[in-house]
Design a protein around this ligand. Structure first.
Ligand SMILES: Cc1ncc(C[n+]2csc(CCOP(=O)(O)OP(=O)(O)O)c2C)c(N)n1
Ligand SMILES: [Mg+2]
Length: 278
């Protein structure tokens, strides 16, 4: 396996074990707030952050959606501060007052979500328009359906802004599938508004193919992925799910298992320490 893919796999592994700890701590009631888990969707921000920060050496403005733990962790957020935020502590990312959906960090230029689906699009667009800084905006496949998102895509396209729109397409709006909500795809919408776009799987090698376009011109990526757990909280849905992490781990054999075990321990110790500080 190429070094690059192993590095991305390690990032995914960290987020996966982090989210499994969140799951466990919701169950045992250490976490008392609604939490939106990124488990299953990690490859998107793990790959993007690797290509953007490590390879392109760009530090973008980040406008996250409510399902944002993976975004925060992958783009360089301090995991201890995320744990503290989920535990409602003052030392958390948002002083324990924002919660899972609104994680923000000045250090990594990450703006927390306000809870209204898709508002990160016009807000992120405004920040990009004013500053002309490379800007990445994450949306869910349901959030892209909001009217203000559509008009913002049009403006970003017209003004040729250095904006990268990522649709984390898990096919669900809470429990409602795309096929009963619409008959178009996000990349069709972007194309109609004269913005370049792709519709791909959350496989790092597919994501990498678009790297040369990042922040050179407005660009939308609809990335198909799988939500492993409930919309919010700790529980498992009963539909059939593809788990790219488990699939990759199996594919790369003993090295995958080794990384998985090592990072599992590391994350477990990290949580233990933070919990003991309560
Ligand atoms: C404007 C608005 N309408 C409805 C809601 C309630 N709501 C919260 S999350 C959600 C579904 C979001 O789906 P998607 O954007 O695909 O993100 P995902 O949860 O799948 O990651 C809904 C309907 C809301 N927060 N804001
Ligand atoms: Mg969705």
């Amino acid at each position: 396996m190429r070094d690059k893919n192993l590095e991305i796999f390690k990032k995914v592994s960290f987020v996966r074990h982090f989210e499994l700890q969140v799951f466990k701590n919701i169950k045992n009631k250490n976490i008392k707030i609604p939490a939106y888990l990124s488990a299953g969707q990690e490859f998107i921000s793990s790959s993007l952050s690797y290509f953007i920060i490590k390879e392109l050496k760009i530090k973008p403005l980040i406008f996250a959606q409510h399902r944002c733990h993976a975004t925060y962790l992958n783009f360089g957020g301090n995991p201890k501060k995320l744990i503290d935020e989920l535990l409602g502590k003052k030392s958390g990312t948002n002083s324990g007052l924002g919660g899972s959906a609104s994680i923000s960090s000045k250090k990594i230029n990450m703006f927390g979500h306000d809870g209204h689906m898709g508002t990160q699009m016009p807000i992120g667009l405004g920040a990009c328009f004013a500053s002309k800084k490379p800007t990445i905006i994450f949306l869910g496949d349901a959030s892209i359906e909001e009217d203000y998102v559509m008009s913002s895509i049009g403006w970003a396209s017209f003004k040729k802004l250095p904006i990268l729109i990522i649709v984390e397409d898990n096919n669900l709006s809470i429990l409602t599938q795309k096929k009963v909500r619409r008959h178009w795809e996000a990349n069709d919408l972007a194309k109609g508004l004269k913005m370049k776009s792709v519709n791909i799987k959350d496989d790092p090698k597919d994501i990498e193919k678009s790297k040369k376009l990042f922040f050179k011109e407005p660009f939308l990526m609809n990335i198909n992925t799988t939500r492993l757990f409930w919309h919010a909280g700790a529980g498992e849905d009963d539909y059939k799910r593809f788990d790219r992490y488990e699939y990759t781990k199996k594919k790369i054999g003993s090295i995958g298992k080794e990384i998985d075990q090592k990072i599992k321990m590391e994350v477990s110790n990290l949580w233990q320490k933070q919990l003991e500080k309560q």
